[in-house]
Design a protein around this ligand. Structure first.
Ligand SMILES: NC(=O)c1ccc[n+]([C@@H]2O[C@H](COP(=O)([O-])OP(=O)(O)OC[C@H]3O[C@@H](n4cnc5c(N)ncnc54)[C@H](OP(=O)(O)O)[C@@H]3O)[C@@H](O)[C@H]2O)c1
Length: 272
């Protein structure tokens, strides 16, 4: 498994396992399958309502805690400093973990305009050693630059919607300029629509790989951290088998050219 070194020296697996829309019990089973398949990074959030199942799977996996990387996120109604500290404690307790590897502000919610205050709480958690790295999610260029103007700690990660149909070239470049790793959510474009494109089958055919593996390989070669979700054991295993082949520059460019600005989730500039 490739790892990416964050701006504070912490190593993060480049490919992890997402569990949005997976009920708690099913999350426990799916995360168990994923860890057995070789995944070492899990991405959850308070709003997914499955931190307990994720925590059970992590604790019962037989893999050393130090070898696993767990991300969770602060929800939008907890951007108050004290509420954010309490929300972190509650999340860590649901996960059954003393230390979280990566804690993210889930959405900036510009209309509420309290993400700088929330960030101060994340900086406190980081200074206290409760979390190994802190970052943001769904931060636009505008929100990121405003945060950076007031932050003591530069976010390690910006987790954003990113797949071949929403390439996010500008935001990726701004993240990189500040030493922030780009992490792709909905990296498979949520499966439908993207994975049926003939181009991906054609490229996959040349390498003996599926369309999903081609898309994940494209992310890996761009340097994105990627967190595909599946509850299907065969797909969970398939999605991690992307480190034994390489796309050439023409293939990379052809996939990048699929960008149509097709956004699947809400617009972070207005959401919340
Ligand atoms: N920060 C945020 O605001 C945010 C927002 C959205 C998501 N996320 C994170 O990003 C993770 C991934 O995003 P996502 O769940 O939206 O979408 P995704 O990973 O792009 O796609 C998941 C969908 O693709 C299907 N799939 C998975 N592997 C496949 C394969 N090899 N072949 C064909 N279909 C396949 C899955 O089906 P089955 O499960 O039925 O196999 C599921 O329907 C989430 O789980 C979450 O952790 C974060």
């Amino acid at each position: 498994m490739n790892t990416i070194t964050l701006n504070n020296g912490v190593n993060m697996p480049q490919l992890g396992f997402g569990v949005w829309q997976v009920p708690d019990d099913e999350a426990e089973r799916a995360v168990g399958v994923a860890i057995q398949a070789g995944y070492r990074s899990i991405d959850t959030a308070r709003i997914y309502d499955n931190e307990e199942g994720v925590g059970r799977a992590v604790r019962e996996s037989g893999v050393r805690r130090d070898d696993l990387f767990v991300t969770t996120k602060l929800w939008n109604d907890d951007h108050d400093y004290d509420k954010a500290l309490r929300a972190f404690d509650a999340g860590a307790e649901r996960l059954g973990l003393d230390v979280i590897d990566l804690y993210l502000i889930h959405w900036p919610v510009p209309s509420q305009d309290r993400y700088v205050e929330a960030w101060k709480a994340l900086e406190k958690l980081y200074a206290d050693g409760r979390v190994r790295a802190i970052g943001v999610s769904n931060f636009t260029v505008e929100a990121l630059e405003r945060l950076l103007a007031e932050a003591q700690v530069v976010p390690a990660v910006n987790q954003i919607e990113l797949h071949p149909q929403l390439g996010q070239a500008e935001l990726r470049a701004v993240n990189a300029k500040h030493g922030i790793v780009t992490e792709a959510w909905s990296p498979l474009g949520q499966g439908k629509g993207l994975l049926d494109l003939p181009l991906l089958a054609e490229i996959g055919g040349r390498h003996g790989k599926s369309p999903a593996q081609v898309v994940l390989r494209w992310h890996v070669q761009l340097g994105n951290v990627v967190i595909p979700k599946s509850v299907t054991p065969a797909r969970i295993r398939e999605n991690i088998e992307v480190f034994d082949f390489a796309l050439d520059q023409d293939e990379m460019d052809a996939i990048t050219a699929l960008d149509s600005g097709r956004r699947l989730g809400p617009d972070p500039a207005t959401f919340g």
